[in-house]
Design a protein around this ligand. Sequence first.
Ligand SMILES: *Cc1c(COP(=O)(O)O)cnc(C)c1O
Length: 351
Amino acid sequence: MSSTNIQPGYQFASDNTAGVCPEAWAALEQANAGYAPGYGDDVWTAKAADLIRDWFECDCEVFFAFNGTAANSMVVSSLCQSYHSVICSDFAHLETDECGAPEFFSNGIKLLLTESDSGKLLPEEIDRLVGKRSDIHYPKPRVVSVTQATELGTVYTADELAAVCEAAKRQGLRVHIDGARFANAVVSLGVKPRAITHDVGVDVLCLGTTKLGAPVGDAVVFFDRDLAHEFDYRCKQAGQLASKMRYLAAPWVGLLEGDAWQKHTTHANNCAKRLAEGLLAIDGITLAHPTQANGVFVHLPDKIADHLLARGWHFYTFIGNAARFMCSWQTTDEEIDALIADVGFWSGDQQ
Ligand SMILES: *Cc1c(COP(=O)(O)O)cnc(C)c1O
């Protein structure tokens, strides 16, 4: 079996099983000194919002929330009337992992689901869903929501996003990005953050930090500032206005002030590449979805999956009809090699 001393556990279960990265931790410690105004009137919140504006090279409106579900749901509720609908992929977190929060926050909106190409929504699906009906009995499409990087570890290119935005705009729809792993997409494509947001017509982005290395927190970034009208009230009403806001804001400063965000996401993406290569070299393991960010999705024979789970490795098998292994800033080569060795052992590849 594995020749390393790695104890199998939650290393690859999700990118949120990792701890807080040193830079975010250091910023939190600094923010903890003394007194500061509450509810976002502090220097850390101002600085975090400015760093996000610098990152996107534009004068966007920025709000902070506790998590991605709340951020996504507040955005949907502010873009939609209760009779509107949101077009998204059937793998969208909005659909599969938010317990109906987007519908709940919006008093009855409906998600219109489309099949996707490994998690990526196809622009022609927007035309199809909007064109399907135009009568008063159909929930009126209002928003297109895409996830970047997707729930299946793939990444939209700038051109692909531009095509989605173009189709959406042609139909008079707004474009929202669920960016729980947005930084992984930026690094994967080697582009500036603006190239896959406001440059191609994205209206609003929910930008996650938890999977990037922060303890908690999402930012809602409005590139179209008009859409942010009274969004501060929505945050407060939704229970998302942090009283000690500096603790939500400080990790952003730690991540964005230097190159920590880039260093950690590059590392996580590279770990996924290394893991994918190792797994695919083993007999009987095939790729379920392309490895373009920090997740590896493979078809794993049941026999191997059962052995891995019994040995103590945690991973999901219900997402995208595959076994999912996520990498993070904290993943090590030794952990990757230990997992590969165990898979190889039970594949009968190694004795
Ligand atoms: C993790 C994640 C979120 C945010 O989830 P929360 O648990 O609410 O913070 C949103 N979208 C995607 C695709 C995610 O993977």
